[in-house]
Design a protein around this ligand. Structure first.
Ligand SMILES: [Zn+2]
Length: 371
């Protein structure tokens, strides 16, 4: 008989911000027993994603007063009625360390049943994207507790994985599993990655694991280019060190004979897209994964897309199956790539403000809040 419930405290602390840019304050909110379909989790670690920073800076709308954080792992405190197993069928019990999808949906709908795009269901909401006044209050990563809400996808974490390896799985890794899947990266491909932040580094590693023969990474930050070799990047170039024409010439020269098979944008700057199209060979695939902010306008020559038979795709959120693949990818490749080292800054809950600033200024690659 597995234990379904541990001791439940009365309140839990959250790092709350009242409006974009306002300082974080630690406030206590009530904790209750999980309702049907919910799981109460004691947070072990929450890593700061670039989208948390975009929300905090007001680059995109996020309800306030808010609690941020969606890359979260934790231990089950109590299971609500109806939750007995994870998405792979493993039984769940109090104390288990779990990850879960960064989003949850209202229930079955046209997108789940017909389009196979559950991640874009009407009414989809994300952890770290709701006002803290919305019950059950604890639905973001920057706190002590989080409720995994109904219609989320849960996975038990293997004991060998460190918290640092496991925490970015439900956003960074799963997103790049989806991006590389949509880019159809396969054996022998030459791949260009625009942006060597966390997404770019995971993307390089996954591209290599999918069989890419060559991965070229582009980033203006020297430290990122320097560490990218450990994640499968064969050649790292600094786009700020040369003209766009020269950059296109160099990238294409590396991708013999005709240019890159696939280009991935994960830097968030729409102005890199025209060059990205030029890196591609005829028939190449271009996937956008970083331009998450509204009004990301760019001028492109549509005739180039047509003449070169380019496939252009966007990725936002990921399919639930990508969460399983992300966990299995990290688990299977943790000796090949130093994923643990990507989480290079740790902060207490009271230090969320400093952690956000360090992440914003790119002093750390992935800051972790350990409550
Ligand atoms: Zn994220």
């Amino acid at each position: 008989m597995t234990k379904r419930e541990g001791a439940i405290v009365r309140t839990g602390r959250l790092a709350v911000y009242d409006a974009p840019g306002k300082p974080f304050e630690i406030r206590a909110f009530p904790v209750r027993r999980p309702r049907a379909g919910e799981v109460l989790v004691k947070i072990r670690m929450s890593t700061i994603c670039r989208s948390d920073i975009h929300s905090y800076l007001g680059h995109r709308p996020n309800p306030c007063p808010g609690v941020l954080g969606h890359e979260i792992i934790g231990n089950i405190v109590a299971l609500g009625e109806g939750i007995t197993h994870d998405m792979r069928g493993d039984p769940l019990a109090a104390g288990d360390r779990i990850t879960w999808s960064e989003y949850f949906i209202p229930g079955p709908n046209y997108y789940t049943e017909v389009l196979d795009l559950p991640q874009k269901s009407p009414g989809v909401d994300k952890y770290g994207h709701m006002a803290v006044t919305t019950e059950p209050h604890h639905h973001g990563g920057f706190g002590e507790y989080c409720y995994v809400l109904p219609q989320s996808w849960i996975l038990k974490l293997p004991a060998e994985l460190t918290d640092e390896e496991a925490t970015p799985i439900n956003c960074g890794v799963a997103t790049m599993i989806c991006v590389t899947e949509r880019a159809e990266i396969g054996v022998g491909d030459a791949v260009v990655i625009q942006g060597l932040g966390l997404l770019g580094l995971y993307g390089a590693a996954i591209a290599k694991a999918r069989g890419a023969r060559l991965v070229i990474g582009l980033d203006t930050v020297g430290a990122r280019r320097a560490m990218s070799a450990r994640f499968g990047v064969d050649r790292a170039l600094d786009p700020s060190a040369m003209s766009e024409t020269e950059l296109v010439r160099q990238v294409r020269a590396f991708c013999k004979p005709e240019g890159a098979d696939a280009v991935i944008e994960v830097c968030g700057y729409p102005e890199v897209i025209p060059a990205g199209i030029q890196y591609l060979r005829t028939g190449g695939r271009y996937v956008l994964g970083g331009v998450v902010n509204p009004d990301s306008f760019v001028r492109i020559d549509a005739n180039q897309l047509l003449r070169k038979l380019i496939t252009l795709r966007g990725v936002h959120n990921y399919h639930p199956r990508n969460l399983i693949e992300a966990l299995d990818f990290v688990h299977a490749n943790r000796k090949r790539f130093p994923f643990h080292d990507l989480v290079d800054g740790k902060y207490k809950l009271e230090e969320v403000g400093r952690a956000m600033k360090d992440a914003e200024d790119r002093r750390v690659l992935r800051a972790a809040i350990v409550p």
